[in-house]
Design a protein around this ligand. Sequence first.
Ligand code: AHG
Ligand code: MN
Ligand code: MN
Length: 328
Amino acid sequence: MIHLEQTFMNFLLAHQEKYNRTYHFLILMDSLISAAKHIQHYYLTGALKGILGLANKINVQGEDVMRMDQIAHEIAIHYLKTTNRVIHAVSEEEDDIIPLNEEGGRYFIYFDPLDGSSNVAHGLPVGFLFGIAKRNLEGPEDGHLRAGKDYIAAGMFVIPTGTFTLALKEAGTWRFHINDTMNYVMPVRMMLPEDKKTWELSFNAANQTTYAKGVQDWISANVGKYSYRYLGALAGDFHRTLSNGGMFMYPAIVNHPNPKKNRPEGKLRLMYEASVVAFMSKEAGGGAVDENGTPILDIVPSKHHQRTALYVGSKPLVDEIAQVLRNR
Ligand code: AHG
Ligand code: MN
Ligand code: MN
């Protein structure tokens, strides 16, 4: 007998039936899976074969010169559009909201089609991150500047590693791996480990002296207790955090020797980076806060490309840093 595994679509169908949900979400997720596989294919045939090169450029049919980020964006929009289920999309790659199906669409989607672009030239992991909110089907439309707590799902593909992590509202965070037939298979429920032995801290150590004093002090007091890992691509770094526990941080930069380089608002984007990992963290028993110690999932954005500082991972560590941040 050959061994056959449960696919992501089997898993999702069972989930939708269990919770008495519609098939529309299946169609949306199917399009994201197709987009991720397509981006993965481009990445493997372009980046790893050197077509993208150091300049992170690709020559399509000898005509347009495109960045991998732009290619990933176009692939994602193509598949999302064909679902006829998405009202508006927000992409890191486009300033404006992208209308897709304003009449019949049910979902808003916020995504970063290729995060961690400095890894592209090296063929190292990048991420495709997304958050999904649902249209208000009864009553007036309430727009799409949604706090993370109003998302119904959020997830990330690590490309080209081939892992996919998805959190479903009040139904947990799940991880899948791509197999030889390009199917995401073998759902595993993710819970942040309580045992501190495996915990890791993840932040750009080169920025450490630019953080707020309290954050620097907390790091100095804690860095020796845990291992330290930093890939420079949120999806890959948070993948580790979720498996091993600990905390990923991208604090505000407030003490840069060149004040013009300060980033008091943080670097990461709220809607398609921070809220996405915060949602996955929550469903895996963890937390996430911003520079004020405010839960990331409570922040209602005032613009789509809003930035935020981010501290995400094991609850005891996030609670500890939140305390420091609130008491400044
Ligand atoms: P981008 O959206 O420009 O690809 O940025 C990547 C993000 C995120 O993936 C990563 O965690 C962080 O920026 C890395 O930033 P530093 O290089 O400043 O450490
Ligand atoms: Mn990007
Ligand atoms: Mn990004």
